[in-house]
Design a protein around this ligand. Sequence first.
Ligand code: CP
Ligand code: NVA
Length: 307
Amino acid sequence: MTRHFLRDDDLTPQEQAEVLALAAEVKRSPFAHRPLEGPRGIGVLFDKNSTRTRFSFELGVAQLGGHAVVVDSGSTQLGREETLADTGRVLSRFVEAIVWRTYGQERLEEMAAAASVPVVNALSDEFHPCQVLADLQTVIEHKGRIAGLTMTYLGDGANNMAHSLMLGGATAGMNVIVSAPSGFDPDPDVVTAATKIGAQTGASVLVESDPVAAVDGADVVVTDTWVSMGQEDDGKDRAAPFVPYQVNAELLGHAAQDAIVLHCLPAHRGEEISDEVIDGPRSVVFDEAENRLHAQKALLIWLLANQ
Ligand code: CP
Ligand code: NVA
């Protein structure tokens, strides 16, 4: 069975720990691993904009000795209605893995079902698991541990980051709290899945609408845009209801004194996060961005070795 990485819980707790340990090693010795020497290829496809994901995958593959073919999907025959399944079969004849940023999760599942190489979710409407690997790596670097820490996410509880933080955080044994305005709560199926993982890892998952209660004593505070890619015209008020959830100095004052602040970026300064916080001493957002490179190289090394 081909192993894919479509959502955070595609890695068991043990496997996630292996990838995170490898990510730390890859960061220390960036050019020591050459599994793609040849060069062997990786396909990297985008249906949505990207800065971090594009740069980190393209450079990461080169550093592993390989060659990334990076394309906007619309410029391929996918843009002229070649099926996902046929595309998955064809790309599998060329590349060692398919990395894809798209809309619905079911599109990734359809591609993965036809592909004979690993498919990696580079962000979908539902999940952003590569980002959360980098987030967990960043937490470990700054806190020296991960299991048992409390991580509070504030903002759109139904978006890809909220869902991936719940699944990935629970897999790492963290206590994950999601705080969102009414109507923006996480998918109950994801809460159930994360809670189930937590029973195994000692993690807990909580949805708490009061942002002050949610942040109380948190070790890690996370936020993300209130308007994800593709939601620009969804008819919902994505401004006023979110104002109490802004990560600013006052709200952060309720977190643990040594709390760190994460944001996957791009940030909308003055909306989900204040300048003072994102530019302040608790913010580790640029370490987090850098770790996309290391975490994804580790993921590719691990996936190629575990087929
Ligand atoms: N955080 C993240 O995925 O950034 P990009 O959209 O720039 O890739
Ligand atoms: N939730 C955001 C993440 C961007 C990296 C989005 O999907 O646009």
